[in-house]
Design a binder for this molecule. Structure first.
Ligand SMILES: [Mn+2]
Length: 347
């Protein structure tokens, strides 16, 4: 059985934080969760983080347990709507359960038309319905938050890769006034050549252009970078170190430049690992080469006064970055602003 996954997500226009979330655990068995925190903004994100963290930390072995678990985990938040799908690639079976307004359309050999249980996760969802299906042929499943209009025709997406289909749905059916998320699963139970799940590079959802607008954004950026690091193969400790580094870099950009951009990606050349690039348009650093020579090459902690931007301390944060990462590059951009590139290797 082969499974391929595509994901597309963006926040509501004008919001830097996405209240939707998703989890893809490629098992086996494969577990996929999609969540829409009530409303939008940081409190919606808090609810969706609770959902995603629960699934990641507990990897529940059935959908009913997964839904009951996230319901409890979201109890201290404002709650939300969510769906969980589990695919047993060996037994060729699929289970689906959802609470609230999460959409699901399936296209393929078997009729897969589950319905959501009404209610709100986090508010003691009582009766949960889990649908079980046997997979006898290829399927494409679209699972989406209500920021995607249901009025699309899955037939029109035939032939597209799951990632292309996800991108197309977000572009053509995403609603500007809501957070929007779509996960596309392409399942072929008869494909015996590929036993492993082929998943797309997981998106670090809060990242990208304009991700950094205030110091508080460090919370979301570090959460997503840590999750990204885990999915890239890092264990809990280095992923936590990456979260600290991201938090420092984001706060630094917000404090000194007021805004910035953060991206994170895998690197697989001579060494395998991840790379984080944070850019801002602020004042930059007066003497980059001195900062690099005196501080980072030896992994030594920089004192705040060693690298100041307009007299304000910057060093303690970047010192942490230097110690927790394997490589760091700091450069003033040709126009204005600072670019910090930090890398961490898997081995
Ligand atoms: Mn929504």
């Amino acid at each position: 059985m082969s499974v391929e996954v595509g994901v597309a997500q963006r926040s509501m226009i004008g919001q830097s934080v996405c209240g939707d979330g998703y989890v893809i655990l490629d098992g086996p068995p494969l577990l996929v969760g999609v969540v829409d925190g009530l409303g939008h903004g940081p409190e919606a994100a808090e609810a969706s983080i609770a959902f995603c963290s629960y699934l990641r930390d507990h990897t529940p072995d059935n959908v009913d347990r997964a839904l009951r678990g996230v319901d409890r985990a979201m109890a201290s938040t404002r709650g939300g709507m969510g769906a969980v799908i589990r695919v047993d690639t060996e037994r060729r079976r699929l289970w689906y359960g959802a609470v609230g307004n999460i959409g699901m359309q399936g296209q393929g050999t078997d009729a897969i038309r589950p319905i959501s249980t009404s209610g709100i996760l986090g508010k003691s969802a009582r009766k949960l319905r889990v649908f079980e299906y046997e997979l006898t042929g290829p399927h494409t499943l679209y699972i989406y938050s209500d920021g995607i209009s249901s009025r699309f025709d899955p037939g029109g997406l035939r032939g597209l890769s799951p990632q292309r289909a996800a991108d197309a749905l977000l572009r053509d059916f995403g609603k500007a006034h809501d957070d929007a998320t779509v996960v596309v699963l392409s399942i072929d139970p008869l494909d015996v050549s590929a036993s492993r799940v082929k998943s797309v590079e997981p998106l670090a959802t809060s990242l990208g252009p304009n991700a950094i607008r205030q110091e508080f954004d460090a919370v979301w950026c570090s959460r997503d970078c840590s999750a990204f690091a885990r999915s890239a193969g890092f264990s809990a400790k280095p992923a936590w170190e990456i979260a600290i580094v991201v938090s420092e870099l984001v706060k630094n950009a917000a404090r000194h430049a007021g805004a910035g951009t953060i991206i994170m990606r895998r690197v697989d050349g001579v060494r395998e690992g991840v790379e984080i690039v944070v850019e801002d348009d602020g004042p930059g650093i007066p003497d980059v080469s001195a900062a690099m020579r005196d501080g980072y090459s030896g992994g030594r902690m920089l004192m705040p006064e060693e690298v100041g931007r307009k007299g304000r301390g910057l060093g303690s944060g970047l010192g942490a970055v230097g110690r927790l990462m394997d490589e760091i590059e700091i450069e003033n951009k040709p126009t204005s602003g600072l670019r910090v590139t930090a890398r961490k290797w898997l081995k």
